[in-house]
Design a protein around this ligand. Sequence first.
Ligand code: SAH
Length: 345
Amino acid sequence: MSLSARLKQIILDDGPMPLSTWMTLCLHDPAEGYYATQPGLGRDFRTAPETSQVFGELLGLWAVHEWHALRAPSPFTLTELGPGRGTLMRDILRATRGAEAFREAIDLRLVEASPVLRKAQSDLLKEAAPRHLASLADLPDQPAIILANEFLDCLPARHFVKTPEGWAERVIGLGEGGAFEFGLAVDRAPDGLSQIAESLVDIQPGLEGMVERLAARTAPFRALFIDYGPAETAPGDTLRAFREGAQVDPLAAPGTADLTVDVDFGRLSRLARAAGLEVAGPAPQGLFLGALGAKARMQRLIRANPDEGEAIHAGVAELVDPAKMGERFKAICLSSPGLPPPAGL
Ligand code: SAH
């Protein structure tokens, strides 16, 4: 049965489904899920590491700096969550070639849900012999540096709307003719939503589990997340679907488009602090990369490749320019307690 037919059957059996269930099935269904079968990275959307190698190189230098802040443990776990095609990790490994002690201490673990992308990552990074994990919960409890770019935005979200009858959950049901359509379920909203939003709010339940898993670790760690979303206010109604660079209807053709929501950095910070973690940021990506030396790195790269100067400059500008990715994307670092503040935040 096709994914679309199965989604219809679930709705017929159980009633309209929350957006989070829709996202999980459309992204990760083993037979037809977007990431599981046909991830269109570079085609449907382009991420920072795919935009400029300077991004990964700066994060590589950041990782070496933070490894020293952790007192240079050997071995330590270098982990990326949702590494996509592996580009970021490839650039990190290239940029840190000279940091021998750091390189020798790396135990590389990748958390990736998609079998197609696991294969791509293993091929691209084979020299570093990465091992794949199903979840953050499976990380060995040794000191860790954890990185994630555009990972949080694909954690499924529930969406709530304030109506004259009170808060309601936006759900997906079947309209006339059996087409998928949004509806509202008044009885499904948790209490306390008015404290975080006025009329609309997206909540990613997965942020809670992730923070719990980090807080449960006994060995010291740094976890850097880069993603888009507002710095303080809760995002509302931010579900978007992308196919071939264009925004498309998230309910049309399930499994064929990337689905994302804005990340609630305020909520992530509150959850992390409540769990006893230290939080640095969120800071705009442009400022963060600038503080790590984006300009100097770019100039060095242009000097080494003068023919590609314009393209290199354009790529870095895309990452740091506030009108492009520089402001909308944020970096936030969650750390185990007792470490000095991380570089750049
Ligand atoms: N970090 C990459 C790719 C971003 S796309 C880049 O910046 O280019 C999101 C990535 O997260 C993909 O690799 C996707 O398969 C993975 N992913 C999404 N949800 C996941 C989950 N719940 N568990 C593990 N990996 C997940």
